[in-house]
Write a protein that binds this ligand. Structure first.
Ligand code: HEC
Ligand code: HEC
Ligand code: HEC
Ligand code: HEC
Ligand code: HEC
Length: 470
C-alpha cells in the first residue's frame, strides 16, 4: 500500500466543497455558542437574535455538516474519473493513525450531535416563546401590543393558541412554518385573519385556569368619562348579571349551566342565522331567521358556543376611540380641563394617517394648530398639557390602528356587549324566532341593570362612594 487509508481520506478531504463545509460548520457552531452564552446571561434582548440563533446558524451548521461527506464523495469520483487509483477506505485497527482518526471522528460526531440536538430543542423552545410569536413575527405586532395590556399578559401565547399533546404540537409547528414562510415572503394576509380556526377546545385553554362552576353573581361595572359639550364628568354604571355555577341567572348562568348551544353563522361569526339550545334534561329549543327557515343556508358554518364566542378579545381587546380616550382622561394622562379636548381628540384618533410616524407628527401639530386658532391662551400657557395630550393620543392610536397591516378602528370586533358591534345582539337582537314565535330576550335587565348611561355626575357614584375615585 503506497499510502495508508488515513492520508487517502485526508487527501480526499482537501477539496473546496469539504473545506467550505468545515468552515461553515465551525463558524455556525462557534457563533451559536457565543450567542447562546450571551442569551443565557441576558445581554441581548432582541427577537431577531432568536431567528439567527434558531434559524440561520443551525441552517449554516447543518449545511456545512452535509457538505463535508458530499465533498469527499465528489472528490473520489473526480479522481476515479481521472483514472487515478483510489484506495478503498478500509478500516485497519492495526494502524495507530487510523485509530486516532476514528477517535477524532467519534468525538467530533458526538459534539456535533450535542450541538445539533440543542439547536433543535432550543429552536422548538424559542418558537414557543412570546418573543417569537408576538415580536419576531411582524404581522402579529397588533395582537402583541394589545396582549401586553390585557389581563392575560402573563399567559404565554401558546397556552391559548397551541393545543396540548402531540397533535397540537405538530399542528402548531406546521402552521408556524407556513406562517414563517408567509412572513419571510411578506405574503401574509393583512390583517391576520380571525376567527382562528384551530384554536384549542376551551377545556384545554380557558378552563386550565377558569371554572364554569364559579358563581360570579352580579357585578357593578363603572365606566367614567367626560361629556363632549362641557367636559363634565360622566359615568355609565351597569349591574351586570354574570351568574354561573349554582346561579342560573345572567350570561354565565344562562349559557354555561348544563346547556349546550349550537349556532350557524357566516365564517366570521358575525351574522347568526340559527341557534339550538339543548338543556341537560334533554329539552331542545331552536331559533332561526326567516332566511334560514326558507332554506337559504349556503356559506353557513355550525359551531358549538363556548367562552370565546363572547370573550373573543380576552387577550387582544382592541379598544374603541371613545372608551380609550375616556380612560386616558380619567387616569389623568390627558388633562380633561383642556377645552374641547374630547371632541378634537376623537377626531384626531379617527383621522387617517399613512403610518405611525406620520400619525405621531400630525396628531401633535394638528392639536397645537387647533389651540392656536381656537384657544390662543391655552396654546400659550398650557403647552406642557398639550404635549402630554398629544403623546397620549398617539399612544392610543398606535396600539389600535396599524396602517401597515390594514388594521383600523373596528377591524377587530368584540363580541362581549352590543355597543361597538352586534355582540350579544347577534342572537338577542330580535332577528331569530322559535317555531312557537318566541324571541331570545332583548330585555336590558335580564342581562344588566343599566343604572346610568353616560349621565353627568350621577347620584349612584356618590351612593357607592366612587365619585372621587379613578
Ligand atoms: C388568554 C388566551 C390568549 C392568549 C394568552 C393569546 N391569545 Fe391570541 N387569541 C386568543 C383568542 C380567543 C383569539 C380570537 C379567536 C377567534 O376569535 O377566533 C386570538 C386571536 C389571535 C390572532 C388572530 C387575530 C385576531 O386578533 O383575532 C393572533 C394573530 C393572535 N391571537 C396572536 C397571539 C399572540 C402573538 C399571543 C402572545 C403574544 C397571543 N395571541 C396570546 C386568545 C389568546
Ligand atoms: C394560564 C391561566 C389562564 C388562562 C389559560 C386563561 N385565563 Fe383568563 N384570567 C386568568 C387570570 C389569572 C385572570 C385575572 C387577571 C387579573 O385580574 O389581573 C384572568 C382574567 C380573565 C377575565 C376577566 C378579565 C377582566 O377584564 O377582568 C376573563 C373574562 C377571562 N380571564 C377569560 C378567559 C378566557 C375566555 C380564556 C380562554 C381563551 C382565558 N381567560 C384563559 C388566567 C387565565
Ligand atoms: C354568553 C356570553 C358568555 C359566555 C359564553 C362566557 N362568558 Fe364569561 N362573561 C360574560 C359576561 C357578560 C361577563 C361579565 C363581565 C363583563 O361584562 O365585562 C363575563 C365575565 C367573565 C369573567 C370575569 C368574572 C369576574 O371576575 O369579573 C371570567 C373570568 C369569565 N367570564 C370567564 C369565562 C369562561 C372561562 C367562559 C367559558 C367557560 C365564559 N366566560 C363564557 C359572558 C360570557
Ligand atoms: C349564539 C347565540 C347567542 C349569543 C351570541 C348570545 N346569546 Fe344569550 N341566549 C341565547 C339563547 C338561545 C338563550 C336562551 C333563550 C331561551 O331561554 O329560550 C339565551 C339566553 C340568555 C340569557 C337568559 C335569558 C333569560 O330569559 O333568562 C342571558 C342573561 C343571556 N343569554 C346573556 C347573553 C349575553 C350577555 C350575551 C353576550 C355577551 C349573549 N347572551 C350572547 C343565545 C345567545
Ligand atoms: C343579551 C344581554 C344584553 C341585553 C339584552 C342588553 N345588554 Fe347592554 N350590555 C351587555 C353586555 C354584555 C355589555 C358589555 C359590558 C362590558 O363592556 O363589559 C353591555 C353594555 C351596555 C352598555 C355600556 C356600553 C359601554 O360602552 O360601556 C350600555 C349603556 C348598555 N349595555 C345598555 C343596554 C340597554 C339600554 C339595553 C336594553 C335596550 C341593553 N343594554 C340590553 C348585555 C346586554
Amino acid at each position: 500500500m503506497a499510502k495508508d487509508s488515513r492520508s487517502t481520506l485526508v487527501s480526499l478531504a482537501v477539496n473546496p466543497v469539504t473545506l467550505l463545509g468545515v468552515v461553515l460548520t465551525t463558524t455556525g457552531g462557534v457563533l451559536w455558542l457565543i450567542l447562546t452564552a450571551l442569551e443565557i446571561f441576558d445581554t441581548v434582548n432582541n427577537p431577531y437574535v432568536g431567528i439567527l440563533l434558531f434559524g440561520l446558524l443551525p441552517a449554516i451548521f447543518f449545511a456545512g455538516l452535509a457538505l463535508i461527506p458530499i465533498g469527499i464523495w465528489w472528490r473520489r469520483r473526480q479522481m476515479a474519473a481521472a483514472g487515478r487509483r483510489v484506495e478503498p477506505l478500509a478500516i485497519n485497527w492495526q494502524n495507530p493513525a487510523w485509530r486516532k482518526l476514528v477517535i477524532v471522528f467519534t468525538v467530533a460526531t458526538v459534539a456535533n450531535l450535542i450541538i445539533g440536538s440543542s439547536f433543535l430543542l432550543a429552536g422548538v423552545h424559542y418558537m414557543e416563546s412570546n418573543n417569537f410569536c408576538g415580536a419576531a413575527c411582524h404581522v402579529m405586532y397588533p395582537e402583541n401590543a394589545q396582549y401586553r395590556i390585557s389581563p392575560h399578559s402573563n399567559v404565554d401565547c401558546v397556552a391559548c393558541h397551541v393545543d396540548e399533546g402531540l397533535g397540537g404540537f405538530i399542528q402548531a409547528k406546521t402552521n408556524g412554518t407556513l406562517q414563517l414562510i408567509h412572513t419571510v415572503f411578506n405574503s401574509y394576509p393583512k390583517p391576520v385573519p380571525t376567527p382562528v380556526h384551530n384554536l384549542p377546545p376551551v377545556e384545554h385553554m380557558c378552563l386550565k385556569c377558569h371554572s364554569v362552576n364559579q358563581n360570579y353573581g352580579s357585578q357593578v361595572i363603572v365606566r367614567k368619562g367626560f361629556a363632549e359639550d362641557d367636559g363634565a364628568a360622566t359615568a355609565t354604571v351597569l349591574n351586570m348579571h354574570v351568574g354561573g355555577g349554582a346561579n342560573n341567572k345572567g350570561a354565565h348562568g344562562a349559557h354555561l349551566n348544563a346547556v349546550t348551544m349550537e349556532y350557524a353563522s357566516d365564517e366570521k361569526r358575525e351574522k347568526i342565522a340559527w341557534v339550538r339550545m339543548r338543556r341537560a334534561d334533554g329539552s331542545v329549543r331552536e331559533y332561526a331567521t326567516p332566511d334560514w327557515n326558507a332554506g337559504k343556508r349556503t356559506g353557513l358554518e355550525t359551531r358549538t358556543m363556548s367562552c370565546v364566542d363572547c370573550h373573543n378579545r380576552a387577550a387582544h381587546s382592541f379598544e374603541s376611540p371613545e372608551r380609550a380616550l375616556n380612560q386616558a382622561m380619567v387616569l389623568g394622562r390627558i388633562d380633561h380641563t383642556l377645552p374641547g379636548i374630547r371632541k378634537r381628540g376623537i377626531e384626531l384618533l379617527k383621522a387617517t394617517y399613512a403610518s405611525h410616524e406620520v400619525a405621531r407628527q400630525q396628531i401633535s401639530t394638528h392639536l397645537a394648530d387647533y389651540y392656536v386658532k381656537n384657544h390662543p391662551a391655552v396654546a400659550k400657557d398650557r403647552a406642557k398639557q398639550m404635549d402630554q395630550a398629544a403623546a397620549a393620543l398617539y399612544d392610543i392610536y398606535s396600539r389600535n390602528v396599524w396602517p401597515q397591516y390594514n388594521l383600523t378602528w373596528g377591524s377587530r370586533v368584540n363580541h362581549l356587549g352590543h355597543n361597538d358591534s352586534p355582540g350579544c345582539f347577534r342572537c338577542h337582537g330580535g332577528d331569530l324566532t322559535s317555531a312557537d314565535g318566541l324571541q331570545i330576550t332583548q330585555d336590558c335587565s335580564v342581562c344588566h341593570e343599566a343604572v346610568s348611561m353616560d349621565e353627568k355626575n350621577p347620584e349612584i357614584l356618590k351612593t357607592l362612594g366612587l365619585a372621587q375615585q379613578k
